[in-house]
Every structure is written in C-alpha cells, then in structure tokens.
Design a protein around this ligand. Sequence first.
Ligand code: FES
Length: 270
Amino acid sequence: MDGSPTPDAVILLAKGGYGEWPQCELDGMLAAVRATRRYPHVEGAFLDSGAPPFPSVLRELAERGATRILIAPVFVPLDRSLREWLPKVVRRSLKKHHLEKVEVVLAGPLGERPELGEAVVRALPAADSGPDVREGAPRDVANQWLKPPPHRHHVFMCEGPRCATLGSHELFVRLRERLAERGLAASENEAGEGVLAVRSSCLYPCNLGPMMVVYPEGAWYGALNERGIDRIVDEHFGNGRPVEAHLRFQPLPSQDGMRSRDRAPGAASP
Ligand code: FES
C-alpha cells in the first residue's frame, strides 16, 4: 500500500466491439468484482463502440458522491494514446459538470499482474466445458458473406474514442432504427435504394465530432446529434438533399481533394 486513500468507486474500462460479446464479458467481470464487496461502487464503461460510454459513467459516479475513482482498464490496451487522451476526457467531463474535486486515478495494466493469472487459472476449470469447437459448426459457407447487400449509400459512423465520448454509439443506434423505420436499411431494401450503415474507428477530424461520412457523395457530417441524424435520414437518404447544417467537408469538383465547408461548430477536443 502506498498510503493513498482507498477508492470508493471503480470503473472497469473496456473496449467495445460488434455484437453482444463485449457487453456479456464486461457484465460477467462486473458481477464478479461486485461480489467481492471490496468497493462501494463498481461500474463498467466502454471506451468506444459500446454503452455505457466512459464519460457518462464517470460523471454519474462523481454525482453520486464518489471522492476517489479508480479506472481499471480490463479489455483495453493501456497504450500511449489512452494515457494521453484519458486525462483530457476526465478533465473536460468533470469540469463541465462542476465535479473537479473528485480524484480520478488510473490503475496499471491488470494483464501484467500475477494475481490476474492466478484468478484465470482458478476460473478455468469451471469455464472449460463443451465439445470440440468444430462440432456443429456450419461447413458450407460458399454462398454466405460473398457480397455486400445492394445499396445506394454507404455510411461510416465514427465510434473512435473521441466521437464515442460525444455519444456516437447512441447516434449509430438511432441511425439504424430510423433507417429501419423508413425501410431504408440496405439489408431490407431489395430495390438497392437503401443505406449500408457501419461503424468505423477514428476518421481523423475528431474535434468536429461526432463524425459520419456518406458515400458515394463523400459528404462528411459533423457535430451530429439526434435531430441531425433524423434530418439526414429524412432529407439526404430519403430525398437526396444533403443536410447543410451538419456538412463539414465535401469533395472538390475535380475529385482531387476535399474542400472544407469552413464551418467548425460543435465539439471541442477532448
Ligand atoms: S474519434 Fe471520431 S473522428 Fe476521431
């Protein structure tokens, strides 16, 4: 022990991904850590591509009265970008809500702790179950996953760490819902008039986030919010009219570069 006060809250920080698996794994680890009753508050949060996002969990714990919060990266590489970026997110998030007095500390990489290895070894016998992985697995995939569904627009919603901080995961969920409501999801629009919407990692103009780019037009949208998403679905995808209020870049007429819309409201750098 180094004499530091014991944290009264812990955030298990994870990196998101596709499907339910990241959520399931984090939920399992959360339950295990909570069962130890070592800390009064233990919550999970995703750095990107998942919910709840880290800034909202941080704020919620601070508002609930936590005075020292320990961030424990569990499924996330504790790399240089995280070390440099995380302090900015913490500073901005707590300052915005006047919670600067809360102390926030970052745990070292848990994967390097021998205790973690011992815990894994203890857990393995119970987790070791089931038949050979090849049993029951589909063999014939010749006709699957060979071509994209027909579509008119291809959309990349940034779920990199900075845009995720600004709510891009929730916006992606809303985009998918709105497209489905309007029959514009590519997977359901057999006429090929739909939108193939996917998530991406950082698209680079982080300070203008949340960012989304639409092809074939090459329309880069920024400072997105729920209303902006609804308008883009209705006006751009529904009627072919890009939404100027959120348009940040578009290709030059010669197609040999990008022209700024010379408009950069919205998000500040985390
Ligand atoms: S994180 Fe979205 S543009 Fe960088």
